[in-house]
Design a protein around this ligand. Structure first.
Ligand SMILES: *Cc1c(COP(=O)(O)O)cnc(C)c1O
Length: 387
């Protein structure tokens, strides 16, 4: 704990329980990004990128180690949504093609899904929840056949404590030969991630959340043989070449999902964040942040007028709750005035996951391994009273 907090400058200023929004970066991440920006100012942006070329390649190697894939199966882009979109819009769907997903899918993914369904006549099908609120794997098994063109799942939803059994989904999609697109935005950095074990073909993630990288960073994993078949919806002179006047060729590796101009400072910061995560025992950091979240749920349940809303056979570091008679935005603002950072998950961002359960906007407190029991107590002390 001493090391974790010493290496996280923000711990001295705030009680940060908004790690599912954007976690506090360790000093090495910020220093890495700033050092590159400074170099750009000293010798020029192109020249600084050339000087850092090998370290930029290391970013892919570090991310590859973090999720157990090959560096050429990774695209580094500006956020998780863009990573997800570049994969999703690369598929060709036709009338009657079935796309399976769940109620806890992320809002941006659902909006894209509804657009593609409207354009192509593909059919969106919701797999049932199990009795704990996660994906019902038996129901998925019943629905899988060769009319299913894609299964998409959010590993850890943004608006609840749930950890979905992604590896069980991967076993089924592999056996059925159906591509599996996993949104791992909240799970990379929170849990140990191994794409071979998860059995996903595509995985999207962001830098700023549990991975503790700068904002405006994200990445896509695309299994090699699928990456070679999936044509990105947007191409440029980085993703493709123009070998003859009337022809283009898409590059063979996953960088076909990137575009040419990029924020090198942030990208190097992302690599530093992956290295930093790898410098810890990821099983131990997961255990720590999960225990802190469980401790926070226990504390909240003891308080009159507070309801905890997380459901799932397995729970992670996201805690959602409401205080009776108090708007969740007011709860967040009251906590914020006391130096405790949380956020609000609006029900409108989760039509199926929150609204479908009759829930309003909820307060979201999300723990990281650098948080302390005292910080959980502080949050509870500053909660507004129920009305
Ligand atoms: C935050 C989030 C996203 C979007 O990530 P961006 O980097 O903001 O694009 C996608 N899926 C889930 C589950 C998220 O929590």
């Amino acid at each position: 704990m001493d090391r974790a907090r010493r290496e996280t400058p923000g711990c001295a200023f705030v009680t940060h329980l908004n790690n599912a929004g954007a976690a506090l970066p360790p000093a090495v991440v910020t220093d890495t990004a700033i050092a590159h920006l400074r170099r750009e100012s000293e010798i020029g942006g192109y020249e600084a990128a050339a000087e850092a070329a090998e370290r930029v390649e290391d970013v892919y190697r570090s991310l590859a180690r973090l999720i157990n894939c090959a560096p050429d199966e990774l695209a580094v882009v500006e956020n998780a949504t863009r990573a997800w979109d570049m994969a999703f819009y690369g598929f060709t769907f036709g009338p009657g093609d079935r796309i399976l997903t769940t109620r806890a899918e992320y809002a941006s993914n659902v909006i894209a899904l509804l657009q593609v369904a409207r354009r192509t006549g593909a059919v969106v099908e919701l797999v049932d929840d199990d009795e704990h609120g996660g994906i019902d794997v038996a129901d998925l098994a019943r629905r899988l056949d060769d009319t299913v063109k894609l299964v998409m799942l959010t590993h850890v939803p943004t608006s609840g404590g749930l950890v979905n059994p992604a590896a069980e989904v991967g076993r089924l999609t592999r056996a059925a030969g159906v591509p599996f697109l996993l949104d791992a935005c909240q799970s990379v950095g929170q849990l140990p991630i191994d794409v071979a074990e998860l059995g996903c073909d595509l995985l999207s993630a962001t830098g700023r959340k549990f991975l503790r990288a700068p904002r405006g960073t994200g990445f896509l994993y695309a299994r090699r043989d699928l990456a070679q078949r999936l044509e990105p919806p947007l191409l440029d002179l980085h993703a493709a070449t123009w070998p003859a006047p009337d022809r283009y060729e898409v590059r063979p590796d996953a960088r076909r999902f990137e575009n040419w101009e990029t924020n090198y400072a942030a990208k190097l910061g992302l690599g530093a964040a992956a290295d930093y995560a790898l410098s810890w025992d990821l099983a131990a950091t997961t255990e720590r942040l999960t225990a802190l979240a469980a401790g926070l749920r226990d504390r909240l349940r003891e308080r009159p007028g507070v309801t905890v809303h997380d459901r799932g056979a397995r729970l992670g570091g996201i805690v959602t709750f409401t205080v009776a008679g108090v708007d969740s935005t007011e709860v967040r603002d009251t906590l914020s005035a006391a130096g405790v950072n949380t956020s609000v998950s609006p029900a409108d961002y989760a039509q199926w996951h929150l609204k479908g359960r009759g829930l309003p906007d909820v307060v979201r407190a999300s723990t990281h391994y650098y948080n302390t029991e005292e910080e959980l107590d502080l949050l509870c002390r500053h909660l507004p009273s129920p009305r």
